[in-house]
Design a protein. Structure first.
Length: 94
């Protein structure tokens, strides 16, 4: 017998398995129009996400306890902010 004969079989060779990241991070995160009661936040999406979850709160807040917004845009207007207060802002691609 010369060579290999395969009948109704699939042969897979040189397989490489890599762990995918939990979520691809948005980049070019920018805050603008910072006013007394609102902040505009924008970012660039390289993941092709269908939407984003934005969470914000005063600096040091525990994630999961902040104000949460869902959007399909790559920007959001955060309202209810207070002048002269710093905030932590998280953006997650869904």
């Amino acid at each position: 017998m010369t060579g290999f004969e395969y009948y109704n079989e699939i042969v897979i060779n040189n397989v490489c398995v890599n762990e995918a990241p939990d979520c691809i991070q948005p980049s070019n995160f920018v805050t603008s129009n910072v006013e007394g009661t609102s902040i505009t936040v924008s970012w660039t999406d390289y993941s092709g996400a269908a939407g984003f979850m934005v969470e914000y709160g005063e600096t040091g807040f525990t994630p999961g306890t902040g104000t949460m917004l869902n959007t399909t845009d790559t920007f959001v207007n955060l309202t209810g902010t207070t002048a002269l207060t710093t905030y932590d802002i998280y953006v997650q691609a869904d």
